[in-house]
Ligand binder design. Structure first.
Ligand SMILES: [Zn+2]
Length: 236
């Protein structure tokens, strides 16, 4: 079965989906939700199983606020089975399977080996607007990279990050997250253009892309990299 993923929803509807990866990351995730809520916006949180395990109450607050939830793997590493491990945890807390999954580092290959990722009701979701907020220190640069992206249109899916890769709490909390400072202006700017900010569960995803081995498995384990090269028939 071919692996398909989505980067956007219907272009003839003025809906945009803000997605937040790598959390939950209290209290930052709560700040994000406050900004969304104060502006009547919903978001989608692609959470990591390891952080859900560590911050179950923070995860529950996302659920209670009514935002969409997606599976973004357990360890954020390219181990086979990482999506399934996360799903066992997230789905159990949700009381139902997640419907959206985001591959980390474009490592779609591991999805091929995941029953959860390949299940019929699961949609693998990328984004068409990628402001790379994790690599920008200046909130203004994040705002501009989002609102001035030529791909921004009805149906756009915007990829932001509310989480951080630090196990140590002091480092995690000390790590700046300029996206939070940028977010009010991003939401205001999108709404001023007439976009409704919806969760992925309110967006009809269209034009799936059939994944082809494209050399983007560079973060994968050596075994997975070798398998990708075998699929594509060339070194990456
Ligand atoms: Zn991620």
């Amino acid at each position: 079965m071919p692996l398909k993923y989505y980067t956007h929803g219907r272009r003839d509807e003025m809906k945009v989906a803000l997605t937040f990866d790598d959390g939950p990351n209290p209290p930052r995730t709560d700040q994000v939700m406050e900004i969304l809520e104060s502006r009547g916006a919903r978001g989608t949180f692609f959470v990591l199983g390891k952080w859900v395990e560590r911050f179950p109450e923070a995860f529950q607050r996302i659920v209670d606020k009514g935002h969409s939830i997606g599976n973004h793997s357990h360890l954020h590493e390219a181990h086979l089975g990482d999506f399934d491990r996360a799903e066992a945890l997230i789905g159990n807390l949700l009381g139902r399977p997640t419907r959206f999954l985001r591959a980390h580092y474009f490592n779609f290959f591991t999805c091929l080996y995941s029953p959860v990722a390949m299940s019929r009701d699961m949609k693998i979701v990328d984004a068409d607007v990628n402001p790379a907020d994790y690599a920008k220190a200046d909130p203004k640069a994040i705002i501009d990279a989002t609102l001035e992206d030529p791909a921004l249109a009805g149906g756009s899916i915007i990829d932001l990050h509310d989480g951080r890769e630090f196990d140590d709490d002091a480092r995690r909390l000390a790590s700046p997250l300029p996206m939070i400072e940028a977010l009010p202006a991003i939401v205001d700017g999108l709404q001023a253009r007439g976009f409704e900010l919806v969760g992925l569960d309110e967006m009809e995803l269209v034009d799936p892309i059939e994944w082809q081995p494209d050399g983007r498995g560079n973060f994968a384990s050596p075994e997975v990299r070798a398998a990708i090269q075998g699929l594509s028939g060339k070194a990456d």
